[in-house]
Design a protein around this ligand. Structure first.
Ligand code: ATP
Length: 259
């Protein structure tokens, strides 16, 4: 399946009744199995765009289409947010199979997929734990397993690791790549962290601030797995620098305006 975002524009009315153009003329595609990262300064419209692609918001104009789905069926989408809202009254297992229950999957399928994706995120042994008994990193793992369990056509992730401490975040990034390597899910991932973008992406979409437009789309020409190794350090740093130069001015402006 290919996702095509065409001429998407989004306007909001702010509290002073002024019109804000959050997104303007956004055009890009996500190929099957592609990992695309949206990066840009605070307030450039990353979350708005992710929510439009995920169908949670509608664009003021333009459209998002999902090409190549068999039999014209609706795409299956799964979203992982920064703070994953697990149901506190459900165990890890019950949270993970939630989407499968909603889809009317059989008990056997729920069990099989529940077990499979809990294993994939490294939570085997914690099936009966409740969210409050888990660390932040483990809660994110459970949320990712819940998203994966429905086997979506597109996985959307909005700063999923930004509330975690730096070490946990590094581990989660590595594990996410390992998961992607097994599932090859088309993914749209939002972050303001440039290193994270270069580490994860096949292509990085760099956005500018207000009105949010695409400044550039950069293909990361490094092996998908292991690009943080010493031998790639120079090239990696060059990508980080290239992206930073693109957003530096906007990031400074965002800081001044307290976005
Ligand atoms: N519901 C809304 N009503 C009015 N303005 C909004 C609304 N949602 C977003 N905006 C504005 O649209 C712009 C883009 O917001 P968005 O949250 O998408 O940016 P972002 O790049 O994800 O920011 P951050 O990195 O800080 O999360 C901002 O100027 C924001 O204030």
């Amino acid at each position: 399946m290919r996702i095509v975002v065409e001429n998407v524009r989004k306007q909001f009315i702010d509290t002073n009744k002024r019109e804000i153009t959050a997104l303007k003329d956004i055009n890009f595609t996500i190929a099957a199995q592609e990992f695309v990262v949206l990066v840009g300064p605070s307030g450039c419209g990353k979350s708005t765009l992710l929510n439009i692609v995920g169908g949670l918001l509608s664009p003021s104009s333009g459209e998002v289409s999902f090409e190549g789905l068999q039999g014209n069926k609706e795409p299956k989408l799964a979203i992982v947010f920064q703070e994953i809202a697990l149901f506190p009254w459900r165990t890890v297992y019950e949270n993970v199979i939630f989407g499968l229950e909603e889809q009317g999957a059989s008990k056997e399928e729920q069990q099989e997929k529940g077990r499979h994706y809990i294993e994939m995120v490294g939570l085997t042994g914690f099936e009966s734990a409740y969210p409050k008994q888990l660390s932040g990193g483990m809660r994110q793992r459970a949320g990712i397993a819940r998203a994966l369990a429905v086997e979506p056509d597109l996985l959307l992730m909005d700063e999923p690791f930004s509330a975690l401490d730096a070490q946990t975040r590094t581990i989660m990034q590595e594990e996410l790549l390992a998961i992607w390597n097994r599932t090859r899910l088309s993914t749209l991932y939002v972050t303001h962290n440039i290193e994270e973008a270069v580490y994860l992406a096949d292509r990085v979409i760099v956005m500018s601030r207000r009105p949010g437009e695409i400044k550039n789309i950069i293909r990361i020409d490094l092996p998908k797995i292991g690009r943080n190794q010493e031998e790639y350090r120079l090239v990696f740093e060059r990508y980080v620098d290239e992206i930073w130069q693109l957003i530096r001015h906007d990031a400074q402006e965002a800081l001044k305006e307290g976005d």
